[in-house]
Design a binder for this molecule. Sequence first.
Ligand code: BDR
Ligand code: CA
Length: 308
Amino acid sequence: MAAPKIIFDCDPGHDDAVAILLAAQHCEVLAITTVSGNAPLALTTQNALLMCELAELDIPVHAGADRPLLVRAAHAPRAHGATGLDGPPRPEVHRSEASNDAVGCIIETVRGHDDVWLVPVGPLTNVALAFRQAPDIVERIAGVSLMGGAVGPGNVTPTAEFNIWADPHAAQIVFTAGAPVVRMAGLNLTRQLCVGATESAALRAHGGTVPAFVAELFDFYLAGYRRRTGVAAAPMHDPCAVLAVTRPDLFAFTARHVDVETDGTLTRGMTVADERPGTDASPNCEVAVRIDASPALELIVEAVCSYR
Ligand code: BDR
Ligand code: CA
């Protein structure tokens, strides 16, 4: 089977960085687009370029939105450090972005190719802007496979997950645009796929620049997660959105109608899934509810170890 064609929209981010490596192994990555999220846009773009350079990936990186549609920009230094990719010593980056027009890149790439999956793993600003500016692309894509939201507890607030909370208006546009498929890997799912000391050790034992770099990313990410939660293993959120395209057989999905709360004082950014028995709300989303974690983890470690 041909590798799925994707546009990977991200805000690296430790788990975004791992997802880039995984996606490049199993997909035809037509472009990487960046967005303000875990860190300001200049840093998330540099981080995407850094990962491409380190892994010798020939993928154009297009910088996108430097702020959400309506709310104030917020970042996640507690999880990812001030640079968005704290931990390993930072190598010099020699590459530059292909453009500052991620939205134009998404539109033109979708118009120029059949069956493109959009795989956003940061705030949904770029995708929402592309859908707004070029509604024709909504039906042309194969689907959207996103990391975001939660059916259950959030992380940035009791009810909201960071990517959706950071730009709730963009998220509501994406969920309700009428895309052929919207696949949601929310926290209820990604908390089932955790990395820990075993994975760090496996990468170190394998050797090589990229595995060693990712082992140090894991160490930083795990230490922060342990400080905040007391738990030693941390969710690898963003690779789940890639796996939901490349290995949907590892998942169980439930069709639900999902809306995003844009205004609630307590619930801003909540993904409200209609789970009422007998509801007549027609589903707009395949909510991922289970992942077979051990083969998924193996795929992630294998992908990272395939780089020098
Ligand atoms: C999401 O927010 C970011 O911190 C991660 O990269 C992931 O995309 C998890 O809530
Ligand atoms: Ca992310």
